[in-house]
Design a protein around this ligand. Structure first.
Ligand code: CAA
Length: 260
């Protein structure tokens, strides 16, 4: 499959999706959205693919935000009536039940930071920079940043970043729990591939359920979340992979997964 604004490669069970507008620091325009929706749709539908990685091309940026040039002349009515930005969450978060990782290799600003936060977790290179600088453009986050950033790093840092537009470096982002891990820039893709391969080797139905229950922590109260977790756990005990996984442990061998 070839796209205008992204590249997609399959490495065994891992799909590597790369934002590919390096001259515009991988700014996110409508074509990027269409391409990502298609690529993630194929990833989700392809049973041979068990984990995806999203990264940015070039050394400088994961994505420097929504495309300002595309938005600058657009009338407010179009933003509103087209429900601009809605598809990012509906198609890349809600519709993708399989795991995916953001490998942030540089600037992740505005929509770029928001896109990274849509991933199940972020691996950052040591030169990654996160920020929600939309206020400087007379606007505000529009792809979930005010909500996901606040849930990740808490009110103080989220508020400071949104109100001042300052960027957060990789080390600070790790301390603030925005990213799972920081790795040397040159090792980012290798590390992301290793993490993705580990996930891809897990029982796939259990991977979906683990993702779903962790995400539920952001949507529900504690009691409901714990009940949801318990029910998913109980459902998993009926899977063939549970029988295989426990037998493999007892027999001291690797499990062979059916995904059922
Ligand atoms: N949209 C469109 N083009 C962008 C872009 C963006 N978000 N970010 C960078 N570019 C383009 C620049 O216009 C420039 O193109 P030209 O060579 O044609 O002029 C090219 O990428 C390189 O950028 P710079 O010359 O600015 O590179 P720099 O190293 O001097 O600065 C930067 C890097 C600090 C990231 C700077 O580019 C910048 O501040 N970018 C904008 C960041 C931003 O405001 N993001 C939020 C966008 S709004 C948004 O995302 C809304 C939302 O909530 C979803």
């Amino acid at each position: 499959m070839s796209y205008e604004t992204i590249t997609v490669e399959q490495h065994d069970a891992v799909t590597l999706i790369t934002l590919n507008r390096p001259k515009a620091l991988n700014a996110l325009n409508s074509q990027v959205l269409d391409d990502l929706i298609d690529a993630f749709g194929h990833y989700e539908a392809d049973d041979s693919q068990r984990c995806a990685i999203l990264t940015g091309s070039g050394d400088k940026a994961f994505a420097a935000g929504a495309d300002i040039k595309e938005m600058s002349d657009k009338p407010a009515a179009d933003f509103y009536l087209d429900d601009f930005f809605a598809k990012w969450t509906s198609h890349l978060v809600k519709a993708v039940r399989k795991p995916w990782i953001a490998a942030v290799n540089g600037f992740a600003l505005g929509g770029g930071c928001e896109l990274a936060m849509m991933a199940d977790f972020i691996l950052a290179s040591d030169n990654a920079k996160f920020g929600q600088p939309e206020i400087k453009l007379g606007v505000a986050p529009g792809m979930g940043g005010s909500q996901r950033l606040t849930r990740a790093v808490g009110k103080a840092k989220a508020m400071e970043m949104c109100l001042t537009g300052r960027m957060m470096g990789a080390e600070e982002a790790e301390r603030a729990n925005l990213v799972a891990r920081v790795v040397p820039h040159d090792e980012l893709l290798d590390e992301a591939m290793k993490s993705a391969a580990l996930i891809a080797a897990m029982p796939p139905m259990a991977a979906v359920a683990n993702k779903e229950m962790v995400n539920a922590a952001f949507e529900t109260g504690l009691d409901q979340g714990i009940i949801f977790e318990r029910r998913l756990f109980q459902i998993l005990t009926a899977s063939e992979d549970k029988v295989e996984g426990m037998a493999a442990f007892i027999e001291k061998r690797e499990g062979k997964w059916k995904g059922r």
